[in-house]
Design a protein around this ligand. Structure first.
Ligand code: ACO
Length: 432
């Protein structure tokens, strides 16, 4: 990052002027530093949805939405997906470098060592209704970790941060699997020391004393890749929530619980579940693909093409391409057939050739094919956003840690354009 010798001059209608620094990032993009604008001129900027606001400097993730590029810590997503497992990528996100074999294996063992849940937490989880939304359970359980493992609240949080990060990465997988078992009235089973991160997750989900389940390597491989696809996406809604909560110096568990809440919505991580609902609706209502597209284009119809469109990607979402490939690989190697996949592919084909979607740069996003793949792994639709959260966790942690150590870190506190009433007098209640 460098600061230009030249300034950007902002001339305001009352004659006020402001000389803003021009910042060049490492990839050639430019930004204008307006952080002193209000102090010097009294003006604020108005940018709903932060469409045009850089809220921090970050070295974790790089996206070029026009070219469809996504990199974690300088490594291309495609390269990471083809050469790494999820633990290696989690290590990269949290520690900043890729581990060697010994470091990776040690990290995997460390995560397994911390994967058990406190017995009272299990009891707590047991008391949720079996039809509770998994995201409400996940969010509450993550926030509760700070009650059961309170080291971060002690006087020197830095000392305990490594331990907290490890616990969080490890226990979220256990919580996610137990949420599924609670939904299905199954006993919780412990993680196994000899299993990898994804093997353990699938085993804790599906093994019972009578089904002899062992994780299928094809499913383990697909799950590793799917989690990597979700590992980070710079300043998206949930990561911004994590940073914002972290900026008040709330602990990591609290910040990640906030990230889970933000992810839950159908315009963000809830979209993968919405995609499956949409595809099932098309199938059940025997709706033609042309009719689905017509409805999605009709502004008076609430029907939208879930899994289509993205705030940042305007040509294609690189994650969607990889997700489609993973989906087809699982289908071919396990000889699974899913009619929803045929519907999805026809929908993609027709929508990407339709002027409405082309002119608005609406293409499949990461959520379009991940749901169908999770379904092939036996994971039910209402758990998809939990899967997204598991994948996104290393990114959230990396952003939380980066923000804590940022010399420019300030509590997040935007301004507003007030549209309410001027001063009014309160009338006594019997005169209102
Ligand atoms: N189906 C139909 N029309 C759409 C869709 C869609 N999925 N997405 C956007 N549009 C239309 C809008 O109606 C708007 O049309 P207009 O210009 O005629 O008014 C135009 O495209 C621009 O859309 P915005 O909503 O302004 O775009 P924005 O960048 O604010 O929103 C978003 C992006 C939220 C992802 C949006 O495309 C959407 O709702 N998609 C469906 C939900 C989804 O898949 N979310 C997951 C995103 S990826 C992630 O979070 C991991």
């Amino acid at each position: 990052m460098t600061i230009d010798n030249k300034k950007a001059k902002i001339i305001l209608e009352d004659g006020c002027e402001f000389d803003a620094d021009i910042i060049h990032d490492n990839m050639g993009s430019k930004s204008i530093d307006i952080s002193g604008l209000r102090k010097e001129t009294g003006y604020i900027t108005y940018d709903p949805g932060f469409m045009n606001t850089g809220s921090c400097m970050s070295s974790i993730c790089y996206i070029d939405g026009e070219k469809g590029i996504l990199r974690y810590r300088g490594y291309d997503l495609e390269d990471l997906v083809s050469k790494c497992d999820f633990i290696e990528v989690a290590y990269l996100m949290v520690k900043g470098t890729l581990p060697n074999l010994e470091e990776r294996n040690k990290y995997m063992q460390l995560l397994n060592k911390h994967s058990l849940l406190h017995v009272n937490m299990k009891q707590f989880l047991r008391n949720y209704p079996s039809d509770a939304h998994p995201m409400s359970i996940l969010t509450a359980m993550i926030a509760s970790l700070s009650a059961f493992y309170p080291e971060l609240e002690e006087r020197d949080p830095e000392e305990n941060i490594d331990l907290t990060v490890t616990r969080l990465l490890s226990k979220m997988r256990t919580i996610a699997a137990y949420t599924y078992r609670q939904m299905n009235g199954l006993e919780f089973i412990d993680p196994k020391y000899e299993y990898s991160y994804c093997e353990n997750f699938l085993n804790m989900m599906f093994h019972t004393s009578v089904n002899g389940y062992t994780p299928n390597p094809v499913h383990v491989n697909a799950l590793n890749k799917l989690l990597i696809l979700h590992a980070d996406h710079e300043q998206n809604c949930s990561t911004t929530a994590v940073r914002l909560v972290g900026s008040s110096e709330a602990n990591l568990y609290a910040a990640v619980a906030a990230g889970c809440c933000a992810l839950w919505g159908p315009r963000h991580g809830g979209a993968n579940m919405e995609v499956m609902n949409m595809l099932s609706k098309i199938q059940n209502d025997k709706m033609s693909i042309d009719e689905a597209i017509r409805k999605a284009k009709d502004k008076n119809d609430p029907f939208r093409l879930s899994g289509f469109g993205h705030r940042v990607y305007k040509t294609f979402d690189p994650r969607a391409k990889i997700a489609k490939r993973i989906c087809l690989e699982v289908m071919e190697t396990t000889h699974t057939n899913d009619p929803l996949l045929d519907i999805a592919m026809e929908l993609e084909e027709k929508a990407t050739h339709d002027d409405y979607f082309v002119s608005r740069h609406l293409y499949p996003n990461v959520d379009f094919y991940t749901g169908i793949t999770f379904r092939m792994l036996g994971i039910p639709a209402n758990l998809y956003t939990v899967m997204f959260a598991m994948g996104r966790l290393p990114g959230w942690i990396a952003h939380y840690l980066e923000w804590r150590h940022d010399e420019y870190m300030k509590i997040g506190r935007p301004r507003q354009v007030y549209t309410g009433s001027p001063l009014r007098e309160v009338k006594p209640i019997n005169e209102r």
